[in-house]
Design a protein around this ligand. Sequence first.
Ligand code: ATP
Ligand code: MG
Length: 416
Amino acid sequence: MINIPKGTKDVLPSESYKWQYVEGMAREVSKLFNLKEIRTPVFEHTELFSRGVGETTDVVTKEMYTFKDKGDRSITLKPEGTAGAVRSFIENGLVNGVLPAKLYYIIPAFRYERPQAGRLREFHQFGVEIFGAKTADTDAEAIIIADTLLKKLGLKVKVKINSIGCPACRKAYNRALKEFFAPYLDELCFDCKSRFEKNPLRLLDCKEDDCKRINVNAPQILDYLCADCSSHFEDLKNYLTTAGVEYEIDSRIVRGLDYYTRTVFEFTSTAIGAQGTVCGGGRYDGLIEQLGGKECPAVGFAVGIERLLMLMEQTGVSIPDDEKPTVYIAGMDENCRKKAFEICAKLRTAGVIAEIDHMERSIKAQFKYADKLGAKYVAVIGGNELEQGVMNVKNMSNGESESVGFDLAVEYFLGK
Ligand code: ATP
Ligand code: MG
């Protein structure tokens, strides 16, 4: 037997309705906010991510699924959705179109991580990107979109926000970070030693306990923001308050990807333990230019769908049941089964969810099967019924039966 690769999961038929529900809700919310879907390839040139996500990030240094294709090109399975959306936005000239471009996607993403609850090697994201707008009401809108989705799904979550400033104010902050971490250099993990040199901000995102312990007392970025970044952050807070979105300021949030500027945010829940972040995002004003486009501000986020489903399960949020067949048509003997087949076909053409037996079951076994399927009605065609041109229809919720003519079947079941 060949097993599923480590860190991946099948979505089985008994579970897929939950995915459809969450994805359907994501599309509905996207519509509400006038977002349009963008679909980009599952793989891109490796360089897009090394330049876009950042050379010093965990994603690029250790987590990418990178391989040479048969034409000797370096290809990477997308570890996140933003870089691909930005590439397409630039390549298709949308940067010259009507702005802001408000986009969403539902994608698989691939990261070579240590698999655990809520942390997979293939996972799925609902992502949103808004290109072209620099004002804080746009950052607020991104947060509100995520908040709306999570609330519509019945989750109680709170957003944590922070600002990591622009390259200008971050210069001063990076200096302060280096000063702070210098005495601890020996105690930091191997990765953090290199982060210290290349990108001190990354030190705050380390998941190692020893580094986390040291990080607690590190200087806070919010004390180093320039006037513009500071007023952008104030504006954001005001917009969130106006929209009635509760937030918490958490100066420890820096996010795992390099491209963020100013606003960063996360929606967390303690219910899924260490992997509590269901949604992360922020502003990334430099990325489009960095990937070869013109200067164009942007803000976005991604929701992890597996984590979302875990959270819904753990907090007992109910998901509407998969739709059940309206009617199961059981046939006694061969001729009756042929009639069942014919009526079933007519019902389906009319849009009624109908089912019949395909396994040569006895009539008793057909009843059992109909019950398993959760059919709302069971229609039986026996020898007598066939002669009279009727079927005996039982309403499974109240046990009542009545006789329905073959020619009235569509009329009878439509809308039931
Ligand atoms: P974490 O800090 O948990 O590693 P991240 O900062 O790497 O998350 P992002 O790159 O911002 O996450 O991705 C957005 C969302 O995608 C996360 O909030 C999370 O819900 C989900 N996610 C990220 N990595 C994984 C993974 N390996 N398995 C499942 N979901 C993931
Ligand atoms: Mg990560």
